[in-house]
Design a protein around this ligand. Sequence first.
Ligand code: FE2
Length: 324
Amino acid sequence: MAVLGIESSAHTLGVGVVENGVVLANERSMYKITDKGMIPSKLADFHSNNVGKTIISALKTAKLEIKDIDAIGYTRGPGIGACLQVGQIAAKSLSERYRLPLFPVNHGVAHIEVTRALFRLRDPLALYVSGGNSQILARVNEPYRHYHIYGETFDIGIGNMLDVFARAAKLNPAWGSTVARASEGGKYIKMPYTVKGMDFTFTGLLTNAIGMLGRHPLRDVAFSLQETSFAMLCEATERALLLTGKRELLLCGGVAQSRRLKNMMQSISRNHKTRFGVAPNEFNADNGAMIAVVAEKMLKSGMKVRESDCTTEQRYRIDRAIIS
Ligand code: FE2
């Protein structure tokens, strides 16, 4: 079975093709973000200009034609409304024209599931960290099969926090990865640290770090911000690992591309003798293959989706998505 997945929740337009769990293509067109941040209408224009070309190039890479595809998946949410709609319209059009089943996919579930599939993990505890999300999750079957949120950020996602700091520090491009580079050789300065059980907050830490700019060397502030925020994530994840007794640990999402965070999570995993999985960066950045992976599972499980559910939803919570 071959499934095509379209991801368009933010600045990346991704199209992936998966056949029996094997990724045949994972093509991307990425909008270049300026210092003005993400302007939804500009992103949507970019996606609509590129979605057709990216679908064609993904099929070409997969060495398949549209008649070889058995189902279409697309990101239902969460994400930026105008961007999600471009992916949804493209997916719906293909599904209607070629009479293919259509599967709306939760973006966060897709990040977890692609990693789970790559490492053949059965029932992991997942730390999902991206621009808008920072959550600790695991599968539960009641009252329906879904990812239960054991802990999460009370305010902003860790990726957004690092991006806002990068903009305030006038780093270019203003990304978390630039903060990581700026932190090299830095010394630790004490910063606010807020973990409540398995939940955490980042805004107090961010305000404090921005206030330190100009008073301390940038590399010390960047280093301390990164260390403090990652330590908060690790403490909460370790607590959830002990609470749930899971024997597998998974790290996913855009911020999972951070080498430092990978190392910290890996050492937690070693200490607790759990299996550990973090996907190659290609699957932690937004991509279409992860959407195709979930859509293929939905197809194989016989899941029936009502047309009224093939919508877009900017705030589609991960714990509302029924998983197969
Ligand atoms: Fe993502």
